[in-house]
Design a protein around this ligand. Structure first.
Ligand code: NDP
Length: 291
């Protein structure tokens, strides 16, 4: 069996051209969608991620601004910036790029973002809405994963879904989304005994571990849809996922590549959430958007 590759770059491009029309309508109505990205510290990967997000915003007509704070920034300084962005009517989405320097507790910083502008969907109020089945902003990576699964045409109802990794950013929210879609979900983590026993049952396998090639071919059910979230550097300095891609190609029904899989979809869903936020804002103000 040779798996079908779910091309995240191509799918993101297609969705972005649809969302550009929505951004155009907002701009035409004088409600330019606006995103503020906050980068704190010198993490080179964070800088690249934010640069890519800003570039993607520009391409579809979202106004974006980058706020760069030094690695030694204090909590009051960071919270003051977030307060200012919360109060700025031209900003509909605020993202704080993680990880943060050690002196800043991510939970405290994220909780300060207005839930109405939390386009990463990580504020406890937004995670709570997701848990209750009525999400306002779905976290970007899990939302992107669900879009990728849609392209397989699989009906998730009754399927065995196994998620490896239980972070608040990826593992837990994607498990909730799969549950809402009707799958029977198993959530695995570093304490899980005999991981392969679980993964081998999975019709849908989502891997968000952060360990290169932790999932070998023998851990994949024949024909499964495998979503590889991990971004790791191999010994040869190449970007690789959590899944042994070559082996997965021989067993899975569908597989996402790294790079070019979940990564571009994460950025695309950020754009979608920002447009959604601006549309809600327009509706609250009684602004009519053209057809
Ligand atoms: P975290 O480090 O927050 O979580 C990793 C999870 O994997 C934890 O729940 C941990 O378990 C679990 N884990 C670690 N080792 C094992 C193991 N051997 N077996 C089973 N479970 C294990 O990472 P994130 O969720 O933030 O990210 C995961 C990966 O996805 C990273 O490579 C990251 O770079 C990538 N990523 C990619 C994105 C994209 O857009 N493509 C977006 C976000 C992340 P425990 O809780 O018990 O410690």
């Amino acid at each position: 069996m040779t798996a079908l590759v779910i091309d995240g770059k191509q799918l993101a491009q297609k969705l972005r051209s649809e969302w550009k029309l929505r951004a155009d309508r907002l701009n035409a109505a004088g409600m330019a969608p606006g995103l503020a990205a906050v980068v704190i510290g010198d993490n080179p990967a964070s800088k690249i991620y934010v640069r890519n997000k800003i570039k993607a915003c520009r391409e579809i007509g979202i106004r974006s601004e980058e706020h760069v704070l030094g690695a030694g920034s204090t909590l009051p300084a960071v919270l003051a910036l977030i307060d200012r962005l919360n109060a700025d009517a031209g900003i509909h989405g605020i993202l704080v790029q993680l990880p943060l320097p050690a002196q800043l507790a991510p939970a405290v910083v994220i909780e300060r973002i207005s839930p109405d502008k939390d386009v990463d969907g990580l504020h406890s109020r937004n995670l709570g809405s997701l848990l209750s089945g009525h999400p306002r902003f779905v976290p970007c990576t899990p939302a992107g994963i669900m879009e990728m699964l849609k392209t397989t045409g699989l009906n998730l109802r009754g399927k065995e879904a196994v998620v490896v990794g239980r972070s608040n950013i990826v593992g837990k929210p994607v498990a909730l989304l799969l549950l809402q879609a009707g799958a029977t979900v198993t959530l695995c983590h570093s304490q899980t005994r005999n991981l392969a026993q679980h993964t081998r049952r999975a019709d849908v396998l989502v891997c968000a571990i952060g360990k290169p090639h932790a999932i070998g071919g023998e851990m994949i059910k024949l024909g499964a849809a495998v979503i590889d979230v991990g971004i790791n550097r191999s010994a040869e300095e190449k970007l690789v996922g959590d899944v042994d891609y070559g082996a997965a190609l021989q067993r899975a029904g569908w597989i996402t590549p790294v790079p070019g899989g979940v990564g571009p979809m994460t950025i695309a869903m950020l754009l979608c959430n920002t447009i959604l936020s601006a549309e809600r804002h327009a509706a609250e103000q009684g602004i009519q958007l053209g057809a």
